[in-house]
Design a protein around this ligand. Structure first.
Ligand code: NAD
Ligand code: LMR
Length: 353
């Protein structure tokens, strides 16, 4: 029996990422080749004509999975009954502006979108915030959508995760599918910490750690990290526009893994509401390694085994986080500090509203 269509909202759909993302969704790249879609696209009045153009092209592309299109500049109409919301729309970071300058502009936008989704989305709607500063826009979103549980609100760091996987695959000249379990910790910004210390590579003689195969540990602790941290700026410099196709593709990867599940013994990076895991302040939207099952994410924990010291001696196990060395700890904390600063700045603007 054919599946019922899923309603997917893309805000900022007339923009660059939107233009790359909506055909991917309509082709089944986000939710699979047998999942019919009804696309909801929202943009602002000034982009209404461009949005109309995207709708016409979607019709002309004759996507078999695309069962309907709602293209509108009305947030309430856009949010009605949506199951998934990909929040790409936001105030653009113009030349000379910092991420912090964008925050006060995003508060009213995220307030309006969060309220509309909170009131009109389908129950259990999943939200992915892409627009920058993504982690802190997620904080603002959560504040104004109290009916949407925090476990349903996430932000995009999958692009950074994919960048990190690719850097290792290129370095080792292996297939991208053979590299897994890198981690991007923290903020989707230049303070993020791309961490290869738990990454593994599938080889003909079994699974090896990245540290075992990459003898140059200096590269892993320096160039690897800065390349991933600064990748967005490099793209901006050469394209004169920020990343779009890779961001759209990462958004599809994020939602697909969240809803369909991560492969066995594989984790991905997602910006999620911190519960205090790994010593990260609760309430931050921080990028952690997560696994996903049955439409839910959980922060990676591993079993540790130990022996009871009383007779009879038995082996016990407990769930605890991955091992974090001092190098990682410092970098994880630095990006958390930036997120705390962004969060309090966001609240100072929220309080002024
Ligand atoms: P863009 O400027 O091309 O598109 C943004 C769209 O949002 C525009 O069409 C604009 O009209 C629309 N918009 C603005 N205000 C809106 C509102 N109130 N309601 C609905 N739509 C609104 O930008 P882009 O290149 O598509 O990038 C979008 C965002 O994604 C930027 O903030 C960018 O920095 C961010 N980004 C994030 C990642 C990530 O990995 N998290 C990666 C790349 C880009
Ligand atoms: C990226 O990582 O490519 C983008 O977030 C850069 C940006 O500022 O839009």
């Amino acid at each position: 029996m054919a599946k019922a269509p899923v309603r997917v909202l893309v805000t900022g759909a007339a923009g660059q990422i939107g233009y790359a993302l909506v055909p991917m969704i309509a082709r089944g790249i986000m939710l699979g080749p047998d999942q019919p879609i009804i696309l909801h696209m929202l943009d602002i009045e000034q982009a209404a004509e461009a949005l109309k153009g995207v709708k016409i092209e979607l019709i002309d592309a004759a996507f078999p999975l695309l069962k309907g299109i709602v293209a509108t500049t009305d947030a309430v109409e856009a949010c009605k009954s949506v199951n998934i919301a990909v929040m790409v729309g936001g105030f653009p970071c113009k030349e000379g502006m910092t991420r912090k300058d964008v925050l006060p502009k995003n508060v009213p936008i995220y307030r309006a979108h969060a309220s509309a989704l909170g009131e009109h989305a389908a129950p259990n709607c999943r939200v992915l915030v892409v627009a920058n500063p993504a982690n802190t826009n997620a904080v603002i979103f959560k504040e104004f959508a109290p009916s949407i549980p925090e476990k349903n609100i996430t932000c995009l760091t999958r692009l950074d995760h994919n960048r990190a996987l690719s850097q290792i695959a290129v370095r080792l000249n292996v297939h991208i599918n053979d590299v897994k379990n890198v981690i991007v910790w923290g903020n989707h910004s230049s303070t993020q910490y791309p961490d290869a210390s738990h990454a593994t590579i599938t080889t003909t003689s079994g699974e090896k750690s990245a540290g075992e195969l990459i003898a140059d540990h200096h590269w892993l602790q320096n160039e690897f990290i800065t390349t991933v941290q600064q990748r967005g700026d490099v793209i901006l410099k050469v394209r004169k526009l920020s990343s779009a196709l890779s961001a759209a593709s990462a958004a599809c990867d994020h939602i697909r893994d969240w809803l369909i599940g991560t492969p066995k013994r594989t984790w991905v990076s997602m910006g999620v509401f911190s519960d205090g895991s790994y010593g990260i302040q609760p309430g931050l939207f921080y990028s952690f390694p997560v696994t996903c099952q049955n439409g839910n994410w959980s922060i990676v924990q591993v079993f540790r085994y130990f022996y009871s010291l009383t007779w009879p001696i038995i082996m016990l196990s407990t769930m605890t986080g991955l091992k974090i060395d001092e190098f990682s700890r410092t970098k994880m904390d630095a990006t958390a500090i930036e997120l705390m600063e962004e969060k309090s700045l966001a609240y100072s603007f929220i309080d002024q509203q």
